[in-house]
Design a protein around this ligand. Structure first.
Ligand code: ADP
Length: 188
């Protein structure tokens, strides 16, 4: 069983590449963002809590997302491997993930980081807002909060994985096909 993290700022294409890796390699995709949006759509208590945070561009609590990841692992034995998209987003989450995997005698294989500039983050999120109707994509101030949270809370995760020698980075400055080739080469 393989465990990969697709890492990167909002709008880097983590979800797009994860879907392509599922189609071509049969991995199981876990997106904490998608799962949270499902909870919101279903109006669950967890969804209600998450909604107010996400709509302001803030992160949901570490315990909430760690619990979701733990249950996805447990619910999907026998898959070829997991692609984590949007998780871990804090060093606390990265530590919790290591612990979770250690408990089942596993460890993370690799963190594939998809890099784009802040300017490109804004451009892509605005483009996505026209197609996907996400409240957190529609407003400049919310996008700024997400970028700020990424730099302050999520970027430190990079050094955490560099120290474990598990971090590899792709410059996503080409077409989707070109970028995907680079990402896929690091997962194969
Ligand atoms: P994007 O990559 O475009 O920012 P996601 O779909 O991954 O979008 O996440 C949307 C929102 O859901 C985030 O801005 C955050 O509020 C919340 N979220 C998703 N994953 C996590 C996580 N691992 N920890 C905390 N909050 C999360």
């Amino acid at each position: 069983m393989k465990y990969y993290v697709l890492f990167g700022p909002p709008g880097a294409g983590k979800g797009t590449f994860a879907k392509l890796l599922v189609e071509t390699r049969g991995y199981y995709h876990i997106s904490t963002g998608d799962m949270l949006r499902k909870e919101i759509a279903a109006g669950t208590p967890l969804g209600l809590e998450a909604k107010s945070l996400i709509e302001k561009g803030n992160l949901v609590p570490d315990e909430v997302v760690c619990g979701m990841i733990r249950s996805e692992f447990a619910a999907n034995p026998g898959v070829r491997g997991f692609l984590l998209d949007g998780f871990p987003r804090t060093v606390t989450q990265a530590e919790a993930l290591d612990k979770m995997l250690a408990e089942i005698g596993k460890e993370l294989d690799r963190v594939v980081s998809i890099h784009i500039t802040d300017e490109e983050v804004r451009r892509r999120i605005k483009g996505r807002a026209l197609v996907e109707n996400r409240a957190d994509d529609a407003d400049d101030e919310i996008i700024s909060t997400r970028i700020k949270n990424y730099h302050e809370k999520t970027e430190p995760v990079i050094n955490y994985y560099k120290a474990q020698d598990k971090y590899v980075e792709v410059e996503a400055d080409g077409t989707i096909e070109e970028n995907f080739k680079k990402v896929a080469a690091l997962v194969d």
